[in-house]
Design a protein. Structure first.
Length: 116
């Protein structure tokens, strides 16, 4: 019988803005979830403070999450600011990452964030 495989290490970036009330409220929840997944790399990115890093990707809704593995970005999009939703999404991506996204700009952003 094969040994169980370890979860895929994830890189999880929350793209937000300081002026956004939803983002400010979501920050503590995001940090709580990060503490429960110590093998994953969590980063908070203020899209205005780090515009040069985020451009040319447009972030239209907050909070927006980018989830990647070493292979590239697997999820990019807005997420309801609920702890259970984030935990469920992270577990699903760790157990069986979906196909890589085809958006080249999002893939490039994932690489910039991964290597910063």
């Amino acid at each position: 019988m094969p040994a169980p495989t370890a979860p895929t290490p994830l890189f999880v970036a929350c793209l937000c803005a300081q002026w956004c009330g939803s983002c400010r409220e979501y920050r503590s929840l995001f940090d709580q979830v990060a503490a429960t997944f110590p093998d994953f790399d969590f980063v908070w990115v203020d899209i205005e403070d780090e515009a040069a890093l985020v451009d040319p990707v447009e972030v239209e809704n907050f909070p927006t999450l980018l989830i990647a593995t070493a292979e590239g970005a697997h999820f990019y999009g807005p997420l309801m600011p609920h702890k259970e939703t984030l935990v469920r999404l992270l577990r699903a991506n760790a157990e069986a990452p979906p196909a890589l996204l085809t958006d080249a700009q999002v893939q490039a952003l994932a690489q910039r964030l991964w290597h910063r």
